[in-house]
Design a protein around this ligand. Structure first.
Ligand code: SAM
Length: 435
């Protein structure tokens, strides 16, 4: 593909992403499956261009509005070239338009606006534009994180690393690090999780024999830490209440030495369809996927479990705000009403999960969100309405959970500012402890 065709492809994909809730990754996949003539270099160029335009949409749109035009995917492409690739306005038409697959020529208004863009004082940008967040979310982040808010938002301008979890049932971290080294893959241990490995380069390991043989899983370090904090021991009964693809179930099973039971619940049976295959690959036999409805009709499934489960892990549906480095399109799509719905759903799920916990058993609440309303506020509300539960400080569980380093706080709450981790939250609640 020539430059003009690549740019036109990026503009078309950005249009598609803006028009539907479907994740960006899927749009890009569908686009290139229908255009087999495009080479891998074209695909890589377009993908990176699209992701950068999404990550830095706040800056691009601020500059567009300053020139008097309405933001659009087409303008985001032009401005990306000018602001991030150093292309000068006069050269745009020479290499980036025309041909059978290129974009239609610039209008006069666009040409005038682009000439103005390069003269803008970018330091005049408001916090939400500089941080590349919608204003309503930037306001929340500023309120919650204060002086650190700019750093938190800036962290989303970087790509997330590829992080692996070594399956302790089949391998040690040293074995896997040695194998990766033999293959010329640069990697290092994660600072907190004793099972984690961060790759220095963003390699696609989805077909790698280590993954296919169940010796590793792809899992962010924060998720590994949360699973360890459940302290699921051999012989325990565990419910992974929002199991999805089974990432937390598999991580907990790795510490259970094939003894005990994990019921993997989810209201979306489709999301759970790979659990058994992943479990087989990992040598795990104790996971039983169970589709639930999320309403009162689950009583038949829950009945025998009420008051008997040692660990209930609630990896709640959430905004996903901790993972927006990987899915930058999602931060532009989340609406305040949707966040409210999610917060209500999280409260409802906690209420439904709580009765399953045995006296002395534990409920772990986790989200891949950095927003207080989905995290700390959810725990505060839960403890108020469930006096039979109390918060076990994560600081006190850290060593017992086999985690490296130290953790001084009562809950595990991280943003993508440190250690390469996704933003994440986990709190551990015990039932039956006196309050
Ligand atoms: C954050 S994802 C879980 C990710 C998964 N635990 C993992 O590690 O791969 C949240 C899951 O909650 C499920 N969910 C949504 N509403 C639910 C409900 N009322 N009860 C149980 N699960 C629900 C969603 O289908 C989704 O799979």
């Amino acid at each position: 593909m020539i430059s003009a065709a690549r740019l036109a492809a990026a503009a078309e994909i950005l249009d598609l992403i803006g028009a539907a809730q479907t994740p960006a990754e899927q749009h890009i996949g569908t686009y290139f499956r229908a255009r087999r003539y495009a080479g891998s270099k074209d695909r890589r160029w377009v993908t990176e261009f699209v992701y950068r335009a999404l990550r830095r949409q706040g800056e691009l749109d601020w500059a567009t509005v300053e020139t008097g035009l309405e933001p659009s995917p087409r303008l985001r492409c032009f401005l990306s070239l000018l602001l991030f690739e150093g292309v000068v306005p006069e050269d745009l038409a020479k290499s980036w338009f025309g041909g059978p697959h290129g974009l239609p020529d610039l209008t006069e208004a666009e040409a005038a606006a682009l000439a103005k863009v390069v003269t803008l004082d970018m330091s005049a940008m408001p916090a939400e534009a500089a941080g590349n967040f919608p204003k309503w979310l930037a306001d929340k982040i500023i309120e919650q994180y204060g002086e650190s808010a700019a750093d938190v938002m800036q962290a989303y301008g970087h790509r997330a690393p590829v992080t692996l979890r070594v399956n302790a049932l089949k391998a040690t971290r040293d074995d896997i690090l040695a194998t990766l080294k033999e293959e010329g893959i640069d990697a290092e241990p994660t600072p907190f999780s004793p099972d984690g490995i961060i790759l220095k380069d963003r390699l696609n390991l989805s077909r790698h024999p280590l993954l296919e043989g169940g010796r590793i899983e792809l899992q962010d370090e924060a998720a590994q830490i949360a699973a360890r904090l459940a302290l699921a021991h051999p012989g325990m009964s565990v419910v992974d209440f929002c199991a999805g693809g089974g990432g937390k179930s598999l991580a907990m099973a790795a510490g259970m030495a094939h003894q005990g039971k994990i019921y993997a619940f989810d209201t979306n049976a489709r999301r759970m369809r790979d659990i058994q295959a992943r479990a087989t690959r990992a040598g795990v036999t104790l996971i039983e996927p169970v589709a639930i409805t999320g309403d009162d009709s689950d009583v038949d499934i829950f009945g025998p479990l009420v008051g008997s489960v040692d660990r209930v892990f609630v990896d709640a549906p959430c905004s996903g705000s901790g993972t927006w480095r990987r899915q930058p399109d999602q931060k532009w799509k989340l609406a305040p009403e949707r966040l409210d719905e999610l917060v209500a759903l999280q409260g409802d799920i906690l209420n439904r999960a709580a009765p399953l916990v045995a006296p002395g058993g534990r409920l772990v609440y986790a989200t891949c969100s950095i927003l207080e309303g989905e995290n700390e506020a959810q725990i505060t509300a839960f403890l108020l309405s469930h006096p039979e539960f109390s918060l076990l400080p994560v600081s006190a569980l850290w060593d017992t959970a086999g985690l490296d380093g130290n953790w001084a706080q009562e809950v595990f709450a991280v943003t993508p500012t440190e250690g390469g981790r996704d933003g994440f939250f986990a709190a551990v609640l015990e039932k039956g402890a006196a309050r």
